[in-house]
Design a protein around this ligand. Structure first.
Ligand code: PLP
Length: 377
């Protein structure tokens, strides 16, 4: 009965594409425990060390006591909106100086819900080719059309806009700021210029930049001083913030539209109040005091040739990538092979993500293990 599925799985195995879940023994700040070994975790999005941090968890629970429950038991539009949700939304609106903010259960929910609903019949999206799967899935669900421009290629984007913009009603340009698998950064100032010239809505996904980049830790748009030019900014709480969930911030009209039309928001039980309270507590109390650490982490990334804290080691073939992970494992590093469809075929890689407690000297052996030429594409 399941022959067809097992055939597909066999095929994945034969191409070193098969994914499986690993039984880690534990995580603790910058380390992960696996197969009896304590390894430096280079595969985590816990950029600011707010997750897997026992001291911080205890401090939060002492503050939170029994004020917040572990289940929301309802979608936001039903009985799932307690004060802490609106307080977090207001906090984010104030930080970004935007009219309104909406929480989503995850970055995936946010991107799917926003792109699929904003792009109505007769509308169009222009999306960077390497945008996250959640953006691609949302565009595929949308009733309107989408085009994908080559990664970071502004002249290709402008050519597309020149040719296609006039054929559609609303047009949306969507890009990540820091790209999740490449660690490079979109030329946001140029994109703002194009958005204005061609009358488009600009949606920026700051998933890997929120908490890390910027004067206030709000992302690359914050760093560049262009928040006011961006229509919608998405940020996630599951990475630098060490929590779970996501937000989109922008104008009241667009946020009201999303409340009414984005199905991943409407038809899903809200994240638990305790997580919302943790996110709010981190943003208010902890984020402002780690700016220096965050900057140091970014400088370390730059020493490895990256524009950010994400350092791609592009190997090429799946099997070679898996083998390199194994070598690194025996040298005390935990890394994971990133393979298609997460990245384009032939560009399988190890995605080293730095976290702010990692010191340069801890990466010396990594440099030795990976030949110089392989570091960063
Ligand atoms: C750029 C980008 N956007 C969105 C997401 C999804 O966020 P979440 O993990 O909160 O669903 C990710 C997750 O890896 C991401 O890399």
């Amino acid at each position: 009965m399941y022959e067809n599925y097992s055939q597909i799985l066999d095929e994945l195995k034969s191409k070193s594409h098969f994914r499986d879940l690993k039984d880690y023994e534990g995580k603790d700040e910058k380390y992960i425990y696996f197969k009896g070994q304590k390894l430096l975790n280079l595969s985590s999005n816990n950029y600011l060390n707010f997750a897997d941090n026992k001291e911080l968890t205890k401090e939060f629970l002492d503050y939170a006591g029994d004020k917040y429950s572990f289940g929301s038991a309802s979608a936001r539009l039903l009985t799932g909106t307690l004060p802490v949700y609106s307080e977090l939304e207001e906090l984010i609106s104030n930080l970004y100086n935007k009219e309104a903010t909406l929480l989503y259960n995850s970055g995936y929910h946010a991107n799917v819900g926003i792109t699929s609903s904003l792009c109505q019949n007769g509308d169009v999206i222009f999306s960077d080719k390497l945008n996250h799967a959640s953006i691609i899935d949302g565009m595929q669900l949308a009733r309107g059309k989408f085009f994908r421009y080559p990664h970071l290629d502004m002249s290709a984007l402008e050519t597309l806009l020149e040719k296609e913009r006039k054929n559609y009603h609303n047009a949306i340009i969507v890009t990540e700021s820091v790209f999740s698998m490449d660690g490079d950064i979109a030329p946001l100032k140029k994109i703002v210029e194009l958005k204005k010239k061609y009358n488009c809505i600009l949606l920026i996904d700051e998933a890997h930049a929120f908490g890390v980049f910027g004067r206030k830790g709000l992302g690359v748009a914050d760093e560049l001083g262009i928040i006011g030019d961006v229509d919608l900014i998405v940020g996630t709480f599951g990475k630098a913030i060490g929590s779970v969930g996501a937000f989109v911030t922008g104008s009241k009209i667009l946020v009201d539209f999303l409340i009414n039309k984005s199905r991943s928001f409407i038809f899903s039980t809200a994240i638990p109040p305790i997580n919302v309270a943790f996110t709010k507590w981190i943003i208010e109390n902890k984020l402002p005091v780690v700016r220096e650490k965050s900057r140091n982490m970014l400088s370390l990334g730059r020493k490895f040739g990256s524009e950010s804290h994400i350092i791609p080691i592009v190997v090429g073939e799946n099997k070679d990538t898996i083998d390199l992970c194994e070598v690194l494992f025996h040298n005390g590093y935990f890394t994971l092979p990133i393979r298609p469809p997460t990245v384009p075929a032939g560009t399988s890689r190890i995605r080293v993500s730095l976290t702010c407690e990692i010191e340069e000297k801890e990466l010396e052996k990594l440099k030795e293990c990976v030949s110089e030429g392989l570091l960063v594409k």
